[in-house]
Design a protein around this ligand. Structure first.
Ligand code: AMP
Ligand code: GLC
Length: 457
């Protein structure tokens, strides 16, 4: 059997056998509802003609800062289609929100990094999770899977953990409209080079990182119930509104670090440079960070590494030497102990500790990602094993060769500047059902999988 196929099979068995060792994971802060619309050419063209083609096309060249009109919405969708790139903007105007609602959706799905990870870790892997849900409407509650998934509430002064389905009350619905398109999607004279999506978020809570009272007042108690924490949702903040939530997060990280609970930051594309800089300053408090090439390049930019940033975006597959150099820069600058990079075709993890379990957790994550790409959801651990049938990405062979040549990598592991570098080629689903949430699936599976293997050693 091919070396990687063998490693895949044994990594899956190991993680599956040990994932039950994790006592609990805290997930904060962003949970929402994803209303997914698979775009149709005729429908979109008609809408653009009706809204005004000339004005709409303007936004397909340059994205607005936020969406305040229908031509801005349609133009931003075109911006993503033209480039095959993901983007997300806040929808401010209620008339545009109403337009999106009437346009409708094909599917309602759990959304937000936290929501997606909660259903995967709690609902599929059976790992207990405590989840921050800024607003818990009945619609939102219904999207949580069965399993050890809990939201905290305070009753008679006591902290109580309940499944979101048992939460009493009906709060607001935070809806993100996800416009998905396949590779080769044609509209006017554009053709999308890759499958991807544009997100318009009609959500006043996650956008400003609203943090619930239970998490402000009872954080210590909540944290004492978990082994690990994963944080995300800082990406939509702006220079005007980041200060207050950042103060709360800093406080939360202090509590986690006092209790020796490793915290992972799931970085997401953060358009505001001030906020990106502030995240960089917060990174020393995290154990681990997860990101893709666009996100890593955006961090290199604020670190003054413009050349590296450009190299990261220049090639497909992404140049692994540029990635490793960027990861080393980031690790040395912030002291973060683990950096998990994912891109189309391969993952890398740079850690200041060593062991095959780091690579094995990446392999497990790649199986989960393939299952998510294929079905749009990971329904059960059995579907994860089905992904073993998806072939390993052959286009990545030269990447492996380069790493072997440059760093003497063997079996996906090398030593670079006193760090361990772990590499895996991933399985790529040729016709994915949808693209949203794959990154979250990868990062949470790898981080929690790694810990499960590590504690079993
Ligand atoms: P993000 O850009 O953070 O949402 O993460 C997307 C990640 O999903 C990429 O970096 C790839 O590793 C992975 N991915 C995207 N498309 C596919 C696919 N068709 N099959 C398997 N993995 C995919
Ligand atoms: C962002 C979006 C959310 C989506 C998630 C997937 O958090 O706001 O709608 O579900 O990304 O990664």
């Amino acid at each position: 059997m091919h070396m990687w196929e063998r490693l895949y099979a044994s990594a899956f068995e190991k993680v599956k056998a040990n994932i039950g060792n994790v006592r609990g994971v805290l997930l904060a802060y962003n949970t929402n509802i994803d209303a997914i619309k698979y775009l149709r050419k005729d429908d979109l063209e008609t809408r653009i003609e009706r809204a005004g083609k000339e004005e709409t096309l303007r936004y397909s060249d340059e994205l607005p800062e936020k969406i305040t009109s229908v031509p801005q919405l349609l133009g931003s969708i075109l911006w993503s289609v033209k480039r095959g790139k993901a983007s997300e903007l806040f929808v401010e105007s209620c008339s545009t929100r109403f337009y999106m609602k009437r346009w409708g959706w094909d599917e309602l799905r759990m959304g937000g990094q936290v929501g997606i990870m909660a259903n995967l870790l709690g609902g599929v892997y059976g790992v207990p999770v405590i989840v921050h849900v800024p607003q818990l409407s009945r619609l939102q509650a219904g999207l949580f899977k069965e399993g050890p998934i809990y939201v905290p509430g305070v009753e008679d002064g006591k902290l109580r953990l309940v499944h979101p389905g048992d939460f009493k009350g009906d709060e607001e619905s935070c809806i993100h409209y996800i416009y998905e398109f396949p590779r080769g999607f044609r509209i006017f004279d554009f053709e999308s080079p890759r499958e991807n999506r544009f997100i318009g978020s009609a959500d006043d809570y996650n956008a400003t990182l609203f943090i619930r009272d239970e998490f402000r007042e009872r954080f210590d108690e909540i944290a004492s119930k978990v082994d690990l924490a994963i944080m995300s949702g800082l990406q939509a903040l702006t220079r005007e509104n980041y200060r207050e939530p950042f103060e709360t997060i800093r406080g939360h990280l202090e509590v986690l670090n006092e209790k020796n609970i490793p915290a992972h930051l799931e970085f997401a594309f953060t358009p505001d440079e001030t906020v990106r800089n502030e995240i960089l300053k917060l990174l020393p408090e995290f154990w681990s960070v997860g990101l893709n090439e666009v996100e890593l390049a955006s961090i290199m930019e604020v670190m003054g590494e413009k050349g590296l940033a450009e190299k990261l975006l220049a090639k497909d597959p992404v140049d692994p030497i540029a990635v490793t150099e960027a990861m080393l820069r980031l690790a040395k600058e912030t002291g973060v102990r683990r950096i998990h990079f994912h891109t189309y075709g391969y993952y890398l993890a740079l850690t200041d500790y060593r062991g095959e379990f780091v690579r094995d957790a990446l392999l497990f994550a790649a199986l989960a990602a393939a299952s998510k790409a294929k079905l749009g959801d990971v329904p059960s651990i059995n579907e994860v094993v089905q992904a073993m049938g998806v072939p390993v990405n052959e286009k990545v062979k030269p990447v492996e060769g380069t790493l072997a040549e440059e760093y003497g990598m063997r079996g996906g592991i090398a030593e670079v500047d006193n760090y361990q570098l772990a590499f895996v080629p991933t399985k790529i689903v040729a016709k994915p059902k949808s693209t949203v949430g794959i990154g979250d699936t990868i990062s949470s599976s790898a981080f929690v999988g790694e810990f499960a293997l590590e504690v079993s050693f």
